[in-house]
Design a binder for this molecule. Sequence first.
Ligand SMILES: [Zn+2]
Ligand SMILES: [Zn+2]
Length: 208
Amino acid sequence: MIIDLHTHTSPRSPCSHIAPEALVAEAKRLGIDGLCLTEHHALWDPSELADLAGAGGIALFTANEITTDQGDILVFGYPEPVPGVIPIRELHREVAAAGGLMIAAHPLRGFKVFGIGSLQLTAQQASRRKVFQFVEGVEVLNGRLNETENGMAAQVAERLGLIGTAGSDAHDLSELGRAATVFERDIAGEAELIAELRARRFTHGSVR
Ligand SMILES: [Zn+2]
Ligand SMILES: [Zn+2]
């Protein structure tokens, strides 16, 4: 089952240019079986989500992309409002108590432009970043990042034994399909999605 674990729709994510119905229709056209809507600090009402999935004929899941003092985190299984930037330690405490899953989104985005020191950044050094102490997983294939950035994230995931996921991070329709997670099993609901991620029964792919 092909699921894009990282997508944004308008207006819940103000930076997205995609209406939810258009995203679902394009996913269906591309052969993507399911989408996880990961709006920025915004949650979907479960019944609205079910209506959208039913009309579009694909599976829909929700998570929440939460900005912390250590970068953006995709949070699964914690459907609580988080109004603003939150210290990662605090978010981790709450999500862990709820049994949720935290995945670092695009963790090495732009690492080449952070400063001259970062040009020589090794995977070993990158692995020491604080964010990685608080997440179970890392996005190792983000559709908006280049190969160097994704490659470094993959090396970090490997070194630290973290779950490595893939998602398009689509904010525009043309970005959908660049990266997706291909699960071995069919998945229904967020609890199963989390279980399959923790069991690491998936690979990565793209449908474009
Ligand atoms: Zn982000
Ligand atoms: Zn995002």
